[in-house]
Ligand binder design. Structure first.
Ligand SMILES: [Mg+2]
Ligand SMILES: [Zn+2]
Length: 275
């Protein structure tokens, strides 16, 4: 049973750069990207850039090679593995795209730790071009959230997640992010939850600007080392809280008698300590 669901943003949270900028810059298309940026939404521009890169002779394998070189702090990888080993359910919510995220997570052996990747869909077309579609089809209808870009409101993803995981015994979210797009879901989290904004990045600035608007407990981090440390601290606290909750229940069941040794043993075994 996953008592804690850890939700990771991807760019500048799992990897230490923005994967869209990284691919564009590494493949020498920065100038074109910047000249087109004022003319269309970011997500549409990334799809357009994939067409442009293909026209420049860059293959899908060239893109994958660049993605595999994107910086990912070993502490972030260690944090992900430990969180999973401690029994948490891990999910990605990102405005990048599925090809970028899967290529990077797979390269670092991290893909299998995540139960869900919520992001913009992508596919390789018959000419070998990567095509990126919006997560929310804004040409059909608007998602109606004024805080978020037209292609994705992360709150709506979180709400769907919340409905599906609460049935499986979820007690809290820990949400890690850095960007403007992570603010909307932070506003929807409850006081049972935690938000981990990256210090001095837009999410942290928005939260610090008006802290009373945010109900979850806020724990900042600056780099991979601190992210791992703070995340594991929060998870271990949550495990202790859940354990004392269940031992209380057990105590009530036993009519406040002292627990016999075997019951204590099985309680300890039931704790998700699989490090
Ligand atoms: Mg980000
Ligand atoms: Zn929103």
């Amino acid at each position: 049973m996953a008592g804690t669901v850890v939700v990771f943003d991807f760019d500048k949270t799992i990897i230490d750069c923005d994967s869209d900028n990284w691919v564009v810059d590494e493949l020498g298309a920065t100038e074109l990207f910047e000249s087109l940026l004022p003319t269309m939404p970011w997500n549409s521009l990334m799809d357009r850039m994939m067409v442009e890169l293909h026209a420049m002779g860059k293959s899908i394998e060239d893109i994958a090679d660049v993605l595999r070189r994107a910086p990912l702090d070993p502490h972030v990888a260690a944090g992900i593995k430990s969180a999973y080993a401690l029994g948490c359910e891990l999910k990605v919510v990102s405005d990048a795209n599925l090809f970028f995220i899967e290529t990077i997570l797979e390269h670092h052996g991290l893909l299998s730790f995540f139960s869900e990747i919520n992001t913009n869909p992508s596919y390789v077309d018959e000419e070998g071009k990567l095509r990126i579609s919006p997560y929310h089809d804004f040409k059909q209808s608007s998602h109606g959230c004024p805080l978020c870009p037209p292609n994705m409101c992360k709150s709506m993803i979180l709400e769907r997640m919340s409905a599906s995981v609460s049935a499986s015994g979820k007690k809290r979210f820990i949400y890690l992010g850095d960007g403007k797009g992570d603010y909307c879901p932070s506003l929807r989290l409850t006081d049972e939850d935690f938000v981990m904004p990256r210090k001095n990045y837009p999410l942290w600035e928005l939260i610090s600007g008006n802290p009373v608007l945010v109900k979850p407990k806020v724990h900042e981090w600056s780099d991979g080392e601190e992210q791992e440390r703070v995340l594991l601290q929060l998870i271990n606290q949550a495990i202790s809280a859940d354990a004392s909750g269940s031992s209380q229940l057990l105590a009530i069941d036993c009519k406040f008698e002292t627990l016999p040794m075997p019951a204590r043993e099985s309680l300890r075994q039931a704790l998700p300590l699989r490090l």
